[in-house]
Design a protein around this ligand. Structure first.
Ligand code: AMP
Ligand code: ZN
Length: 502
């Protein structure tokens, strides 16, 4: 029961208020989200941001809005060059495995693929053209070493996104690194002249009209966004750390070149924290998705956990919360299976019918209100409670079941946790760890559990059923004990035996 189409009120960092998000000048909503820098495996903080952008696109599509979503892959930057040189590899050789891992992790977490996935290194000509346009206006200037910088004194709106007041901008003060102090109002690099690495090896570079060099990070996104979505588009998203300097610089470059508003709406996902600190590579307080799968946690629970706190609040990662998310998923899946199994009385229980309609309306209203995932999930949980107690009392009607299934489908269109691919994903993580020589990071219990194929378990379950038929209860019990030890739960139901991995 999908309630009437709701429009999305989304907080806009630029205006500082909730605004209706809608496509302007095109049928589809055009959105750009800064993608990963593929220099290492992503951590679950990174994925928190990508997951909430996934909720945005799934909800918009559920509401009948087409989206044209671009997510770039940053495959050249300071860190990539440093690591590739250290590994004695070319940058594309170096980034290929992390890019592949990133997309595998996206799939494991149920994150839909954006319509466009441009790589920075495949859009160098567009970056050069953009810098040339800025140079023609004397907003980009060349320095002695052959690098090009953006003159921020020429962009009076500098600071409008991050609401920083850069009074008395010092003309010509420069910074050549992509990520810098939060209060620096400095001319930033658009194009970095080729340098020689520590061992005298030249850094990767492109020979262009600007000279030999490589793009700065900020120009990458401006060039890819405008070439795929146009000079003005609807929404730009990223994690909160990107607001300054990255997004501020994207605005300065793009709007100086085009004279038009770059993105109308800006969405920033707040950090995932560990003990009050941002989860990050540099703090060393991070978990990758693979780390958690190898510890025996489920991909679905990680998705559900990271969505449990709305995107505009920071969220603290704890293992207690992860096990609560695991329990929540079990409850939802068990409920879903119960409703699918049927066997309810004819007609409908009116109280449950009302609870179901209320849950559907509240689910959509919560998401329409700045993507409040916590309230959306709570609405569904309340429906599960009401329907379970009615089913326990034998009063749940077949018509209720149909209505409930429609609401669960709507829920899962956004949350995407009901279909159980967890064992398969954990197994894939184990295979990966073994191939990488990291098999010993997997818990012994997990290895034992995943070593058992579905066919082997099916055979044991069938043997147990047979043993029960022939009244060989000792054997039947022994099989149950063996399966339990392997983390397999069996449920005896009217219509047969089911099993699942715990
Ligand atoms: P990166 O690969 O470092 O460029 O980051 C990819 C995305 O993850 C960016 O949108 C970042 O803002 C975001 N991000 C990084 N750390 C966190 C964190 N702890 N919590 C949420 N998002 C993060
Ligand atoms: Zn970006």
């Amino acid at each position: 029961m999908v309630s009437a189409v709701a429009s999305l009120e989304l907080f806009n960092t630029l205006s500082g208020k909730l605004e209706t998000l809608e496509p302007v000048g095109a049928p589809a909503l055009r959105m750009y989200a800064c993608g990963p820098t593929v220099y290492d495996y992503g951590h679950i903080g990174n994925f928190r941001t990508f997951l909430h952008v996934d909720v945005l696109r799934r909800f918009l599509r559920q509401q009948g809005m087409a989206v044209e979503h671009v997510m770039n892959v940053t495959d050249v930057d300071d860190k990539i060059i440093r690591n590739a040189l250290a590994a004695g590899k070319g940058i594309s050789d170096y980034t290929a495995r992390y890019e592949k891992a990133f997309f595998e992790d996206m799939d494991s977490l149920g994150i839909e693929r954006p319509e466009h996935l441009p790589r920075a290194t495949e859009h160098i000509p567009e970056m050069v053209t953009l810098i040339e346009r800025l140079a023609a206006k004397d907003i980009a200037y060349r320095t002695e070493d052959g690098s090009w910088y953006f003159r921020i004194a020429r962009f009076p709106d500098y600071g409008k996104l991050s609401k920083k007041d850069f009074d008395g901008i010092e003309d010509g003060a420069r910074v050549d690194v992509d990520e810098y102090e939060k209060d620096a109002a400095r001319d930033f690099a658009l194009w970095k002249a080729v340098k020689t690495g520590p061992d005298g090896v030249p850094e990767p570079s492109w020979q262009t009209a600007l000279g030999a060099g490589r793009p700065g990070w900020h120009i990458e996104c401006s060039a890819m966004a405008t070439s795929l979505l146009g000079e003005s588009f609807d929404l730009h998203a990223g994690g909160e750390d990107l607001m300054f300097p990255h997004h501020e610089n994207e605005i300065a470059q793009s709007e100086s070149a085009s004279g038009h508003t770059f993105a109308r709406h800006w969405m920033h996902v707040r950090f995932l924290l560990v003990e009050g600190k941002k989860m990050s590579k540099s703090e060393g307080n991070f978990y990758t998705l693979r780390d958690l799968l190898l510890k025996g946690h489920r991909a679905s629970a990680i998705r559900y956990l990271l969505l449990s706190v709305p995107y505009r609040h920071q969220m603290n990662f704890t293992f207690e919360a992860l096990s609560a998310a695991t329990n929540a998923i079990d409850r939802l899946r068990t409920f879903h299976a119960r409703i699918l199994r049927g066997g309810f009385v004819a007609g409908a229980n009116e109280a449950v019918r009302a609870a179901t309609a209320k849950a559907a309306a509240e689910f959509t209203a919560a998401l329409a209100n700045d993507l409040n995932t916590a309230e959306a999930a709570a609405a569904i949980s309340e429906m599960v409670r009401a329907a379970n107690s009615s089913a326990d009392a034998g009063t749940l009607g077949a018509e209720n079941a149909d209505e409930i299934l429609r609401v669960l489908t709507t829920f899962d269109g956004v949350f995407a946790v009901l279909v159980d691919r967890d064992a398969e994903l954990t197994k894939a993580a184990l295979v990966w760890a073994q191939a990488e020589g990291r098999g010993d990071e997997a818990s012994a219990e997990l290895v034992a559990r995943m070593g058992q194929s579905d066919a082997e378990i099916d055979a044991l379950v069938a043997e147990r059923t047979q043993a029960k038929k022939t009244r060989n209860f000792a054997r039947a019990d022994a099989i149950r004990v063996e399966l339990t030890a392997k983390g397999i739960v069996i449920e005896d139901a009217k219509d047969g035996v089911r099993w699942k991995r715990k």
